[in-house]
Ligand binder design. Sequence first.
Ligand SMILES: *Cc1c(COP(=O)(O)O)cnc(C)c1O
Length: 368
Amino acid sequence: MKLETLAIHGGNQISDKEKPVIQPITLSTTFTHQEESMVYSRANNPNRNSLERLLAKMESGEDAAAFSSGNAAGVSVFQALEPGSHLIAPDDMYHGLRAAILQLFDGVLEADFVDMTDPKNVSEALRPNTKLIWVETPSNPLLKISDIRAIADISLKAGTTLVCDNTFATPVFQNPISLGADLVMHSSTKFFGGHSDIMGGALITKRKDDFWEKIKNVQKVGGAVPSPMDCYFLCRSIKTLAYRMKGHAEHAGQLATYLMAHPAISDVYYPGLVSHPGHSVASSQMTGFGGILSFLVKDGADAADHLISKLKYFTNATSLGGVETLIERRAASENPETKTPQNLIRVSVGLEHLDDLLADMDQALASI
Ligand SMILES: *Cc1c(COP(=O)(O)O)cnc(C)c1O
């Protein structure tokens, strides 16, 4: 089955004798005791089951676990590590997960944050107690590209678990498991949900090993599970994921090209641009470059804020992956010590008509 077909049929498990075309939402928190029945919704629920099976298939994995947010998914991986383990993560890791490592696992886990655009930095950071390598590519918000195959080689030789945060690419454009990753992580709040109305997260595993059993136990005992409603709506949204991603990528590519040529902009970060330092690696591991880009406004942070205030169709809000275009001066949303340039603007390019988006950006840029 191709991804588009899988997305429509893979999460739709019908067991009712009335044969509805769409799987109903099972809100019940508990199930009548009988052989093979489910027991309690924190452990298992028909809608979550469908979502997890769908996600496992879409990422070419053996199993999946759905969570109530992307951060809950990431934190579950860290919770499954033995205390005293060392992990290596990107120096521009999603700021919320970096905060989780530093604030929640201080004194429990050791972590090094390195520039993963050069795999050598990963090898050099290995320690005898390194258990996990975390990759995020393309990264948020600098769209840096890491070579998943090269880092998977390092991880395999070192006997560590390689996790890839695949939120920006989605399985439509990148399959980390087929490139050598052991686990894939998603914020389903973003492109999977696609309409800025669901919080969710997911982990997908290449194989059901001991580490995976620990993660499944964190999911069940920790209890950061999504509601049946959210699982239902995620399955619904995923049906159009492939078509939305193609639209997002087409629009982002065109907006990036437009911004490159504008005198008020000094740099544009989009892996689809041949000038992007990660372009060739991105081309070797992605089938499309995604819907997120960022750029630097020459005249600084105030000019960037002014530009954003003049836009009509670009909503000034954090988050990404919805059908509506969102824009923000990213450093203002991150922690005060962030290394993100103060004049960097991140755009999640939506599915409005491209002509409207370009005309809007054009008039706003003319005003700065
Ligand atoms: C948003 C995001 C997360 C965190 O997900 P939440 O659903 O907000 O908890 C993790 N990684 C990336 C790349 C993200 O964009």
